[in-house]
Design a protein around this ligand. Structure first.
Ligand code: SAM
Length: 298
């Protein structure tokens, strides 16, 4: 009986780690939206434990239950490390979860999001109104549909913080892990600016992280990362690349971050805190060693 019941349920596999011979499968209560867009395969489904889940090209993007960890750590860490960000750019970010967190910072005067796939925005507005509602209602928010790599190569806009909330280095996201794209980001950063990137799970994707670190070090005086544990990004810590021309920005003590957080109105968070912010840069030794060894190619 159990096998029969199991057989009737649909299970969706994350295929991102097929090259490692490893899959994570999710029982599907209901598929809400599935299509092959111009850029990628998109499936949004209801999952009994994680709630609504989005997969793009077989890679888990967000789940309702644990999205707060990644969205908070990809937004509040660079913004509080910077201390006075006014112009912010998000590359990717289709579900608008990060945009919602960035807009909690009243110093931010304008937030531009450059997302390649209009369909992701369209479905997010229908299925994640809790993020997209407040974001699209905020006059500071500007949505651009374009390839992020093209945008940073040609825009005359300059930014205090650039957040690369991309998919993994496959399909349309691949170009967002390249040296040309990072040099475009560097071009668009103001003095004292910070670049933060979604950089995968080092336990499974070490090469992805070290490749980004080496490219950062060709462009910036300081290239490193910080970590957070996100249940649906399986494999332990997830790394977020952090590049700037001032190493002190990632070494800001929790007390200074706490003061900035107080001035920002101490808005509610569920994962990020001034202490977690500072601790996130204390890397587990195997990650610290991989990052230290990543040298820019001559
Ligand atoms: N926060 C989740 C995560 O990190 O898995 C979700 C990331 S968000 C859904 C990733 C977005 O990047 C997608 O909406 C995808 O369409 C977009 N994207 C991929 N390649 C892109 C490119 N070259 N330029 C702009 N956006 C891109």
């Amino acid at each position: 009986m159990a096998e029969k019941a199991l057989a009737e349920k649909r299970w969706l596999a994350e295929t991102l780690f097929d090259d490692l011979g490893f899959r994570m499968t999710f029982e599907v209560d209901k598929v809400l939206y599935e299509l092959q867009t111009e850029h990628q395969h998109l499936v949004l489904f209801e999952q009994p434990f994680f709630g609504k889940m989005l997969m793009l090209d077989g890679a888990t993007q967000i789940s309702k239950r644990d999205e707060f960890i990644y969205q908070e750590m990809m937004s509040h860490v660079p913004l509080f490390a910077h201390g006075n960000a006014r112009e912010v750019l998000i590359i990717g970010g289709g579900d608008c979860g990060i945009a919602e967190e960035v807009l909690k910072h009243k110093t931010v005067k304008r937030l531009t999001q450059v997302e390649i796939d209009a369909k992701v925005i369209e479905f997010a507005r229908e299925h994640f109104p809790e993020f997209t509602g407040p974001v699209f209602a905020d006059k500071r928010f500007e949505s651009v549909i374009d390839d992020g790599a093209k945008y940073v190569a040609k825009t005359d806009r300059r930014f205090d913080v650039i957040i690369v909330d991309s998919t993994d280095p496959q399909g349309p996201g691949k170009i967002l892990f390249g040296a040309k794209f990072y040099s475009g980001c560097k071009r668009c950063l103001k003095r004292g600016g910070i670049l933060v990137t979604q950089n995968g799970v080092p336990f499974f994707q070490t090469g992805e992280l070290t490749s980004t670190m080496a490219k950062f070090r060709r462009l910036f005086l300081d290239g490193s990362c910080y970590v957070a544990a996100i249940p649906t990004y399986v494999g332990g810590h997830m790394a977020m690349g952090f590049a700037s021309d001032n190493a002190r920005l990632r070494q800001t003590p929790a007390t200074a971050i706490a003061e900035r957080y107080r001035k920002a109105g101490s808005f509610k968070t569920k994962y990020w805190s001034p202490e977690v912010h500072a601790a996130a840069f204390a890397l587990p030794r195997f990650i610290a060693e991989a990052v230290a060894k990543a040298k820019p190619r001559r």
